[in-house]
Design a protein around this ligand. Structure first.
Ligand SMILES: *Cc1c(COP(=O)(O)O)cnc(C)c1O
Length: 462
């Protein structure tokens, strides 16, 4: 008998949760005080909590439930795979059919000569793999000095020691002695917050050229790779000016450093193509994948690696791997998810229907008195809250104060929309219909109205 039940009173579940369950990215004391919301089931784009509320999930869980909740096919594939072969490893000259089939399918889907997959259990683990892989690559080519990985401030690359070091989140670096050595951060292409008097195009170019400056300062013979999300997700859905992307590619080409595209959010349809790199015109040597790879139905991630890197790394033993690399159940679930994405033309739905419709509605939010810029790529968008659009001014309160107020109003209106500082962000399931988009925008607008009323009363909207 297990103890999992949906029939305990909410308060009892919350008390047990606060007493025994340590939550990620949470203040446990605060959580114990108010009680976590208990999600009991989900279908399509809608979550249901233990009090019976239906909540529109504009974040697709954590940016991952691309095909929506409640797809029986994935449950059936998982059950079948568990009966047939629940586990075997891929170390020591063994393999199994789900890992073979999934790696072959990913090689087909990935652009260019990205033909090889190293599996991990998550995006963070995959980025740890990438750190070791690119350093080992250069070392095997007789250039062990090329060990520095350049990343960006306010990037998110995961929560392991390696992933969080690559990431540029100061509050994460402040805990646990990060970053690890030989990780260097350049500035992010966030024009709204940091563009000053420059035009967006000038600013995009200037921020990309920081990569070139960093390579020259650190020394070309020291730099192994540049890693970036095609569109920063957890940093606040920061969509760079158009001038940014080609300049980054030019610099990577010129200095022959490896480009790692962290596709954990942007991959698998989020931006209207299979991969965000295709949307922004990058030609990466390695892509990090997770999240939408399985639509969150099973924990799996990996690195899709180009021919050249795979060949060099594969010429000797790579002393690296996870017990669950290519886990057969997770791999089978991911394959089924990819089948659904393909056969139901979900990426076509994003490109031709959902994203253009959402873009119009989302950009119209910029007319709201509380909203400065509204940015969106495919099915990931953000709005910057401000008391003064023309000046792109922050609020006269700690960053995130107003964003948090808005998020609470969203929750109270049965909408999950996150805040990053004073930016509100969405990344809904890709299967969202236009009717559901209307509901999402209506609830978001109501939350913005309520937020404006409250901060006017609090004297924060001057
Ligand atoms: C979520 C995320 C990760 C980390 O993935 P986990 O599966 O949580 O370890 C890495 N990179 C990006 C861009 C992400 O959004």
């Amino acid at each position: 008998m297990n103890m999992i039940t949906n029939h305990m009173p909410t308060a009892e579940l919350q008390a047990l949760d606060a007493a025994h369950h340590m939550h990620p990215f949470s203040n446990q004391a605060e959580l114990a005080g108010r009680g976590a919301r208990v999600i009991t089931r989900a279908k399509g784009v809608t979550l249901t909590d233990s009090d019976g509320n239906d909540i529109l999930d504009a974040m697709a869980g954590l940016w991952c439930v691309n095909i929506g909740y409640g797809r029986d096919e994935l449950a059936e594939v998982a059950a079948r795979q568990m009966r047939e072969l629940p586990y075997y490893n891929t170390f020591f000259m063994t393999t199994h059919v789900p890992a073979i089939a999934l790696s072959a399918r990913l090689a087909e889907l990935a652009p260019g000569d990205l033909n090889h997959v190293f599996f991990a259990g998550s995006g963070s683990e995959a980025n740890d793999t990438n750190i070791r892989m690119v350093r080992h690559y250069w070392s095997a080519k007789g250039k062990p000095g090329k060990s520095i990985i350049i990343s960006r401030q306010n990037a998110y690359h995961g929560s392991t020691l390696g992933g969080a070091s690559l990431g540029g989140m100061i509050p994460m670096h402040q805990q646990g002695g990060l970053p690890i050595p030989d990780v260097h951060h350049i500035s992010q292409p966030n024009w709204w917050a940091e563009g000053g008097d420059m035009s967006p195009e000038e600013f995009g170019l200037a921020r990309a050229q920081e990569l070139e400056k960093a390579i020259l300062e650190l020394g070309e013979e020291r730099v192994a790779a540049f890693i970036a999300e095609p569109v920063q997700g957890a940093g606040g859905v920061i969509v760079p000016p158009d001038s940014y992307y080609p300049e980054i590619q030019r610099i990577c080409d010129k200095y022959e450093i490896l480009l790692i595209a962290d596709e954990v959010i942007c991959g698998f349809g989020r931006t209207g193509n299979w991969f965000g790199s295709q949307t922004v015109g990058w030609r990466p040597h390695i892509m990090t994948i997770a999240k939408g790879l399985s639509s969150g139905y099973a924990p799996i991630g990996g690195s899709i690696v180009c021919d050249e890197v795979a060949e060099v790394v594969g010429a000797t033993e790579f002393n690296h791997g996870y017990t669950y690399s290519g886990h057969p159940v997770a791999a089978a679930v991911a394959l089924e998810n990819l089948r659904i994405l393909e056969e139901e033309n979900i990426i076509g739905h994003v490109r031709d229907v959902a994203a253009p419709y959402l873009k119009r509605k989302w950009e119209a939010l910029a007319d709201h008195p509380l909203v400065g810029e509204a940015r969106i790529v495919g099915m990931m968008g953000s709005i910057a809250l401000t008391p003064n659009k023309a000046a792109r001014a922050p609020f006269a309160a700690d960053a995130g104060t107003v964003g948090l107020i808005c998020r609470e109003f969203c929750f109270a209106n049965n909408l999950v929309m996150r805040h990053v500082g004073d930016r509100m962000i969405i990344a809904p399931p890709l299967v969202m219909t236009t009717d559901e988009i209307d509901v999402m925008i209506a609830r978001a607008t109501r939350a913005l109205d309520l937020t404006l009323d409250k901060i006017r009363a609090d004297g924060l909207y001057a």
